[in-house]
Write a protein of this length. Structure first.
Lengths: 353, 273
């Protein structure tokens, strides 16, 4: 069990304007599973390599249990990184790949053999030891790469896009496997991903990094219910942003007065409501009359583009609820107060779109 | 596109035969000479046979065995140095893009393009100043001029297909820098080292002008000895030495046939996945 703390971790490359990673400060509780989320090129893999010791930070510090590890070479840190494309050594069998780290630590042969067999069983590949990596499927390679790291019982496990190269059905299986092993072994785990869904389904806490800066660090639910900014909300699929003014529990805007939940921010701001929180039909509070401008069938959901007093609004509803709703029709919709959230208006130009 | 497999096989067989004949035919007279007691035009075969030339060639007085040992030593040293310099140089050329890379590649190729004798004449003066002329060390060093380009270019090709992320992965799994080289990098580049090393060995093995110029006649390798006998009209002894001289080439061909076919995937190093 190891607590990881990043303090103002910064990486700049000579000749490049702006930092690849700009003063990232993050407390990763011992034994937790944390996601570093961001679009590709946002500096998240850079952060991970600095924790692993494969890259030196330009500034800032990385501590494990309060002790700085910056001067420890990667092999002595106890932080093991699993790369995105598995990187199984092609000249070694599966068993030799998994046993690689133990052999480098000069563990006795019998111990290596037993621990390799044990971990291959835990990733549910007990019979693949003698195979060569090229004989495995992508999902199996991913599990071997995970086993190769877990067999070392690392203090910190670092996973680079652990689910990205997998088919949909394998993703769920891999996710359950990672989650299960991580909790069972209590290893502080950090993974990077560009996929918000991957972050949400796997992680206890998510750190969202945009343009090299930490935007929000919270439990997954908060990114949907309480986004810190328009950028954060947009990254998580938020669509509806209405400028106005908040006060006395009400939000005044072109939509008319809307009742807010307790504790909403006051003053000028942007009202946001997730498309899937918009309900069809009238309600005692926050009821609106909307014109349907488009209707898009998405399979398990239907997306409705609405217009309320010329303010565009999007709703995602179950297909059943949208049955019989036609483009051009005027319908009643309501916004449950608990689903509303006010973002501080920080002159975000894109908000008015 | 229907091709007659039998015809294709026959053609391939004929091509192979032609290639072998082309390589082997010139060697046949050499072999015959080494066992001949006089062999004059227009006889198809010598009048009588003898082991005389071989007895002389393998005796202490001829100096063939000393020369063989020296040639092997020089070629091994030149190969070893080529590996030591060529592997890091090839890595730099294969992995990184830097300003002036094209120029550096040209400079490395230059010894193959520029006639060796011109380079050697220039170097001769420098080596005299360093006291390296007429020494084995000097000959080994001058052999690096033609061997290094082969080694470096082979290694550059290997490293161009090599992913250094494997080294990061090994370090992260707990391997020290040396262990990473030993267990991850070396297995990936070994086919290149073997092929480049054999090229370097053969190139050093067949040097004549450079050895003559820098060795000053004191360092007598097999090709120098061979030329002496050939020039003095001793075709029988030249034939025997010639047979000894081609041995490493044949051995190398047998050893590397597997690597040179291109079927061996490992030659590409740890390819990008």
């Amino acid at each position: 069990m190891t607590e990881v703390r990043l303090t103002s971790l910064t990486k700049t490359y000579p000749g490049e304007a702006g930092a690849a990673l700009d003063a990232l400060t993050l407390d990763i509780p011992s034994g937790s599973l944390t996601a570093l989320l961001g679009p590709s090129g946002c500096g998240k893999t850079t952060a991970m390599k600095m924790i692993a010791g494969l890259l030196s930070p330009s500034a800032g510090d990385v501590t494990f249990d309060g002790r700085s590890v910056l001067n420890d070479p990667p092999e002595a840190r106890g932080a093991v990184m699993v790369f995105q494309n598995h990187l199984l050594f092609p000249h070694l069998s599966v068993a030799d790949n998994v046993g690689f780290g133990l052999r480098m630590r000069r563990r006795p042969k019998a111990e290596v053999r037993d621990r390799v067999a044990e971990i291959l069983g835990r990733v549910r590949l007990p019979d693949l030891g003698p195979r060569m990596p090229s004989e495995l499927s992508g999902g199996q390679q991913q599990r071997v790469a995970l086993a190769r790291a877990l067999v070392l019982r690392p203090k910190v496990l670092l996973l680079d896009e652990p689910l990205s190269n997998l088919d949909a059905h394998l993703r769920l299986e891999m996710r359950d496997l990672i989650r299960g092993l991580q909790q069972e072994m209590g290893i502080t785990t950090l993974f990077v991903t560009h996929d918000q869904e991957e972050a949400v389904v796997l992680a206890d806490r998510v750190a969202l990094i945009l343009n090299g800066k930490l935007c929000q660090y919270d439990v997954a639910e908060a990114f949907y219910k309480r986004p810190a900014s328009v950028d954060v909300a947009r990254f998580f699929g938020g669509q509806n942003f209405v400028p106005g003014r908040s006060g006395d529990g009400l939000f005044q805007s072109a939509l008319g007065p809307l009742q807010l939940p307790q504790g909403a921010a006051r003053g000028a701001g942007l009202l946001t409501v997730r498309p899937e929180a918009v309900r069809l039909g009238p309600a005692p509070v926050n009821s609106l009359t909307a014109t349907v401008t488009a209707r898009i069938f998405l399979g398990t959901q239907t997306r409705l583009k609405l217009s309320v007093n010329d303010i565009p609004l999007e709703a995602v509803v179950p297909p059943d609820a949208a049955e019989g709703v036609a483009v051009g029709e005027v319908i009643d919709v309501n916004l449950p107060p608990g689903a509303l959230w006010v973002l501080p208006h920080q002159g975000d130009r894109r908000a008015a779109q | 596109m229907d091709r007659d497999p039998a015809l294709l096989r026959t053609l391939r067989g004929l091509a192979g035969l032609a290639l072998i004949l082309w390589l082997v035919l010139p060697l046949i007279p050499l072999a015959i000479w080494s066992f001949a007691r006089g062999w004059r035009f227009p006889d198809i075969l010598p009048q009588s046979w003898t082991m005389q030339a071989w007895n002389y060639a393998l005796s202490d007085t001829s100096g063939v065995l000393d020369s063989l040992t020296l040639t092997i030593w020089i070629a091994l040293c030149a190969t070893g140095l080529s590996i030591l310099i060529g592997v890091p140089a090839g890595r730099a050329l294969g992995l990184s893009n830097f300003r002036g890379k094209g120029l550096v590649e040209m400079m490395i190729l230059a010894p193959i393009i520029v006639p060796g004798i011109a380079v050697a004449l220039g170097l001769h003066g420098v080596f005299i100043g360093l006291g390296l002329t007429n020494t084995t060390t000097g000959v080994i060093l001058v052999h690096l001029i033609p061997t290094l380009p082969y080694m470096t270019l082979v290694m550059a090709g290997i490293f161009a297909n090599y992913d250094t992320a494997f080294e990061d992965q090994a370090r992260s799994l707990g391997a020290s820098p040396w262990q990473t080289f030993r267990h991850v990098t070396l297995p990936a580049i070994l086919p290149g080292i073997i092929v480049g090393g054999l090229f370097a060995f053969l190139v050093s093995w067949s040097q004549y002008i450079l050895t003559l110029l820098i060795g000053g006649g004191r360092v007598i390798t097999l090709p120098l000895l061979l030329f002496n006998f050939a020039a003095s009209g001793r075709n029988d002894i030249a034939g025997a030495i010639g047979m000894i001289y081609i041995l490493p080439g044949v051995l190398v061909l047998i050893l590397t046939a597997r690597h040179l076919t291109g079927r061996n995937v490992a030659i590409g190093g740890l390819g990008r996945l």
